[in-house]
Design a protein. Structure first.
Length: 240
């Protein structure tokens, strides 16, 4: 409810061209490729979960983390509305701690566990922090739950000649905000997806991706699933 209340107050003020609010509704105004929609804010009448309604108002996925309690040791995933995961399942991560959620991430336990948990503990309320996380995918679907088949052309190997056509740069813009009333942390994820060929021509981008890819340790290459085509991508980017 705290997340929904913040959005209902914020969105019509900051983006009056996109949102308008009445007594018991919020209207999403029409724009390119969208006909508009009116959603009831009377949750007693509709029975909709407040986080569900909040997530329908914005392009970001929403996750709520709660601090340690008598049932959980450390920050844990208490609620979420995730339409566009990047190779993970909300159902599998639900009610797990940060440490359990990130257990598959290389070097998390050794290098990131303590700084991450300390950062969560010490976050100032109502400040918004952001970061970006990137990966290369051979499937352009926004929803990557980890069970989808790869691009239909996967029988054809990814090479330096076809990498631009076959791969997409997927960037998650993530934000973190500790809420004032509940002390919960709102974690948001917005997906940006572009074909590799579309961005490689932008000045400096090919070089940055190439350096980022070559800097990944083998364990991270495997985790990000770039190990099978990393050499081909490097060769493709070298053309620019």
């Amino acid at each position: 409810m705290e997340v929904l209340s913040l959005m209902l107050e914020h969105l019509p003020v900051i983006h009056p061209d996109l949102y308008s609010r009445g007594k018991d509704f919020i209207k999403l105004e029409p724009h390119t490729h969208f006909d508009g929609e009116e959603l009831s804010t009377n949750l007693q009448k509709t029975g909709m979960h407040p986080l569900d309604l909040a997530a329908r108002l914005v392009q970001e996925d929403l996750v709520i983390m709660l601090p340690a309690d008598n049932k959980q040791e450390g920050w844990w995933l208490a609620a979420g509305s995730v339409a566009f995961p990047s190779r993970w399942s909300l159902k599998e991560k639900f009610m797990k701690t940060m440490d359990s959620i990130h257990a598959p991430v290389p070097f998390y336990k050794e290098q990131l566990r303590s700084p991450t948990n300390n950062f969560f503990d010490l976050m100032a309320r109502d400040e918004i922090f952001s970061r970006r996380n990137w990966s290369l995918h051979d499937n352009p679907s926004l929803r990557q739950g980890g069970t989808e088949s790869s691009n239909e052309k996967t029988t054809i190997p990814i090479t330096a000649e076809n990498a631009g056509e076959r791969l997409w740069l997927r960037v998650e813009r993530q934000t973190l905000r500790k809420l004032k009333e509940s002390d919960a942390i709102l974690f948001t994820i917005r997906i940006h997806l572009r074909p590799l060929k579309q961005i490689a021509n932008i000045e400096g981008v090919a070089d940055r991706i190439s350096k980022a890819l070559s800097a990944l340790p083998p364990e991270m290459q495997t985790y990000k699933q770039t190990n099978t085509f990393a050499n081909s991508v490097q060769a493709y980017l070298d053309q620019f």
